[in-house]
Design a protein around this ligand. Structure first.
Ligand code: SF4
Length: 384
């Protein structure tokens, strides 16, 4: 029987670099766009025979800003993926395959939206981050709240029935009240999915420098947690299911692609810096766009690191990734996967975390407690 696999495609181009961003994304390499797309098509062709043993579960265009790429290129990439799996575009939604694209207002037009839908894209993920103008400026976002509404409404009007909105809390200058304004605005828009992350100050970013030079002030951990608790309670009140530490969805709209990562599924990452996990091996591509293109011009896979996971590493990932899900990890699932008693492997650590009230355990599952959700890293560290 064929296994499932998800495909991630990294598009490392943006109109302007946001102040908090340390992703592999560039606002000054537009001249490489065409070659990059040719390289992606070449990379797909190098995996055709490896993909024969799989069924396609989901496709995710992430970035960067995938919507800055010509919509015909997105279509061409998708057609090549469908061909690799011998499926028709018409069968995509019926067979439950989720095809997502991340987009930003400012890089999204009606023509693009229509073409994405015609190409089989059935989920749109839009980056709002905050509805407040001052906070949008601190983050260096290129759009206004109004432009966001316009993009969202355009996507709805043209037929997107599965939309995610990304928001961030913990922005310097943000207050519980301004964050509540963002939450209310998002709830009002009624997307099927909401991702709500705490801002991480990444070294080397503009925002990091502004905080370190005390030009602006980082918000306290206490405030950060207050905002998280507010998000959980408001989104639940609005009928969203809290299914992962930072993710909320209407029934039936949990992100299938991301769940593959959290449940130890297999995925192939294409594009500069993309990560993959296939047949028990983890590997990632060269981060430099130029090196990525050069290697593919020579028909070489642009892989920079490859590591076969040991059983211990697989167990560790099972625990760390699975505990991100609110339903936690399945004890019988662990034992079926590894043919080991979970108490024999992690008994002491589980007891310690139970004692600290960071996890809860019943007959067949282990989940993070409310305290554990706030201190998730302390839990994960135990399983590394
Ligand atoms: S749009 Fe996203 S990927 Fe691009 S710079 Fe901003 S945060 Fe980074």
């Amino acid at each position: 029987m064929k296994k499932d696999i998800s495909i991630y495609i990294h598009i490392p181009f943006c109109i302007k670099k946001c102040t908090y961003c340390d992703f592999i994304s560039f606002d000054n390499k537009n001249s490489l766009k065409e070659k990059y797309i040719d390289s992606l098509l070449k990379e797909i062709s190098l995996y055709i025979s490896a993909l024969e043993q799989y069924n396609l579960k989901s496709v995710f265009f992430g970035g960067g800003t995938p919507t800055v790429i010509n919509e015909r290129s997105i279509d061409e990439i998708l057609q090549n993926i469908y061909k690799a799996f011998k499926i028709d575009k018409e069968d995509i939604s019926e067979s439950g395959i989720e095809v997502s694209i991340e987009g930003n207002p400012g890089a999204l037009t009606e023509r693009k939206i229509k073409k994405y839908l015609a190409s089989g894209v059935n989920r749109l993920s839009l980056g709002l981050q905050t509805i407040n103008t001052d906070e949008l400026q601190v983050m260096g976002r290129i759009h206004t709240a109004e432009e966001f509404y316009n993009s969202y409404n355009l996507a709805r009007k043209n037929g997107f029935e599965n939309i995610n909105i990304d928001i961030i809390f913990g922005i310097p200058g943000q207050t519980v009240n301004t964050f509540k304004k963002t939450l209310n605005a998002v709830i009002e828009m009624n997307p099927e999915h909401i991702s709500c992350y705490s801002l991480k100050l990444e070294e080397g970013t503009k925002l990091y420098k502004r905080v370190k030079t005390k030009e602006i002030q980082e918000i306290s951990d206490e405030m950060d947690r207050k905002m998280y608790h507010l998000a959980v309670s408001e989104l639940k009140k609005a009928g969203y299911i809290h299914y992962e530490i930072s993710n909320f969805a209407r029934t039936g709209f949990e992100c299938r692609h991301n769940k593959v990562y959290w449940t130890g599924g297999e995925y192939l990452g294409l594009g500069a810096g993309a990560h993959s996990y296939m047949n028990g091996t983890r590997f990632n591509n060269k981060e430099s766009i130029e090196e990525y293109i050069n290697m593919l011009e020579n028909s070489e896979k642009p892989v920079s690191n490859e590591e076969k996971l040991s059983i211990e590493e697989k167990m560790s990932e099972y625990m760390i990734l699975g505990l991100r899900l609110i339903k936690g990890i399945s004890i019988s699932g662990f034992e079926e996967t590894f043919h080991e008693d979970i108490s024999a492997v992690y008994g002491k650590k589980i007891d310690l975390l139970l004692k600290k009230k960071l996890i809860k355990k019943d007959e067949n599952s282990i989940v993070l407690t409310k305290k554990g959700l706030d201190l998730a890293n302390q839990v994960f560290i135990e399983f590394i």
